[in-house]
Design a protein around this ligand. Structure first.
Ligand SMILES: *[C@@H]1O[C@H](CO)[C@@H](O)[C@H](O)[C@H]1NC(C)=O
Ligand SMILES: *[C@@H]1O[C@H](CO)[C@@H](O)[C@H](O)[C@H]1NC(C)=O
Ligand SMILES: *[C@@H]1O[C@H](CO)[C@@H](O)[C@H](O)[C@H]1NC(C)=O
Ligand SMILES: *[C@@H]1O[C@H](CO)[C@@H](O)[C@H](O)[C@H]1NC(C)=O
Ligand SMILES: *[C@@H]1O[C@H](CO)[C@@H](O)[C@H](O)[C@H]1NC(C)=O
Ligand SMILES: *[C@@H]1O[C@H](CO)[C@@H](O)[C@H](O)[C@H]1NC(C)=O
Ligand SMILES: *[C@@H]1O[C@H](CO)[C@@H](O)[C@H](O)[C@H]1NC(C)=O
Ligand SMILES: *[C@@H]1O[C@H](CO)[C@@H](O)[C@H](O)[C@H]1NC(C)=O
Length: 343
């Protein structure tokens, strides 16, 4: 014991230096290996989430960890599948050549966020999905977003206002665009007709006015279109031949006038059709005979006259039928007991 202590006291400096060097070596190596295993975001993409957080008014992101690190502040597991709260930032870390990560999706729903739509999402070049559904975000869609490559954009139930900006038509990657339940007003810009990849477009529950632009007939991949509860003007546009992929169409209390264009017969993939509160000329029951997938059919207060066609009873997928507040006459088609049970 005594001898060892002596030795240490005789060569303290050189031993200490050696120990320090060994420690440093271990330290550097372990840092390197941690770096190699953990996700790496480009510097810009580390900064952008800070700006996005402050623009949204989101205060609980933990900036001490990388957004791609599966920290619970960046990706909160939700056990309740009916919960309206979602908190998920996701990344893709498989980018070649060097395996860098990029933020690909930001989904923050039901969080009472009361800021504005963050211009800084445009700094995330690989972002394809954004949902800020059910918050209190105000203002309008930032100009910066025109350059994004978003595919899914949901802004449903917020406090957004102003006119729908024409530059939204520049995000031609969009497949899903939900602007419903906000305070948008004014006319729908014809530029939305440039969004030829759109499959789902929700504009309902706003204060939109004017006629629907002819350019919307370019959207021939549309599967879901909902435009109800607005102040549109003019008749229901006759775009159904170009919208032949539609599966769900809702035009309830949109302000548009009837009659329902006869070309609606071509929508043979329709599963849900809800039209209501049409003013304008009366018309006979539209030809829906080929809509064998029809599940929900609501033509309420549409100024329909004449008989209800018999083929309605042959639409075997039908579960909900509402033809109230029309001037239909004659007898009710024989649905058979089995079908009536489902109505
Ligand atoms: C984060 O979680 C996802 C899904 O659970 C997984 O695919 C991914 O590899 C995880 N990333 C890290 C850095 O642990
Ligand atoms: C991640 O990005 C790579 C490279 O672009 C792509 O091949 C892969 O499909 C992406 N993964 C996911 C889950 O999107
Ligand atoms: C967009 O949403 C659809 C369904 O809501 C989903 O299947 C798809 O993967 C999403 N796309 C992206 C890029 O997140
Ligand atoms: C909605 O936005 C307006 C400004 O456009 C603002 O005055 C109002 O306080 C906002 N309401 C909520 C509930 O955030
Ligand atoms: C949108 O695209 C048009 C034509 O491609 C271009 O002139 C315009 O500058 C773009 N707008 C924005 C805000 O990027
Ligand atoms: C809706 O817009 C019209 C003008 O188009 C305006 O007169 C009306 O006050 C607006 N309603 C609401 C609830 O904002
Ligand atoms: C609605 O359209 C009709 C004819 O298309 C036009 O005369 C009328 O001024 C429009 N009303 C409004 C409020 O824009
Ligand atoms: C309904 O479908 C049949 C067979 O596919 C077709 O011959 C007929 O023209 C269609 N009728 C209407 C009104 O679309």
């Amino acid at each position: 014991m005594q001898k060892k202590n002596m030795a240490f006291s005789v060569f303290p400096k050189s031993i200490m230096t050696m120990v320090m060097m060994v420690l440093c070596f271990i330290c550097i190596n372990s840092v390197r290996s941690v770096e190699a295993q953990s996700p790496r975001l480009p510097v810009q993409e580390v900064e952008a989430p800070r700006e996005i957080g402050s623009q949204l008014g989101k205060k609980d992101w933990n900036f001490d960890v990388d957004p791609c690190h599966n920290d619970t502040s960046w990706a909160t597991p939700t056990s309740d599948r009916y919960s309206l709260y979602t908190n998920i930032v996701s990344c893709n870390c498989s980018y070649v050549p060097d395996g860098v990560c990029h933020v690909t999706s930001i989904v923050l729903t039901g969080q009472d966020l009361a800021g504005v739509l963050p211009p800084s999402i445009a700094k995330l070049p690989c972002l394809t999905q954004v949902s800020f559904t059910r918050n209190y975000l105000s203002g309008n869609i930032p100009l910066e977003w025109a350059s994004t490559k978003l595919q899914n954009l949901s802004l449903t139930v917020n406090n957004l206002s102003g006119t729908i900006p024409a530059y939204l038509g520049n995000i031609t990657t969009l497949k899903l665009l939900f602007l419903d339940s906000n305070q948008f007003y004014g006319t729908v810009p014809p530029e939305l007709g440039k969004l030829v990849n759109l499959e789902r477009l929700l504009l309902g529950q706003n204060n939109l006015s004017g006629e629907l632009p002819l350019d919307l007939s370019n959207l021939n991949k549309l599967k879901v279109l909902k435009i109800g509860s607005n102040n549109f003007n003019g008749t229901i546009p006759d775009f159904f031949e170009s919208w032949s992929q539609l599966q769900s169409l809702e035009i309830q209390a949109s302000g548009l006038q009837g009659p329902i264009p006869p070309s609606i017969y071509s929508l043979n993939k329709l599963r849900i059709l809800r039209i209501s509160d049409l003013s304008g000329y009366s018309s006979p029951f539209p030809d829906l005979r080929n809509m064998t997938l029809m599940h929900v059919l609501m033509l309420r207060s549409c100024n329909l006259v004449g008989p209800i066609p018999d083929y309605i009873s042959k639409l075997t997928a039908l579960r909900i039928l509402d033809l109230s507040f029309n001037r239909l006459e004659g007898s009710i088609p024989d649905f058979g007991i089995g079908i009536l049970d489902n109505l």
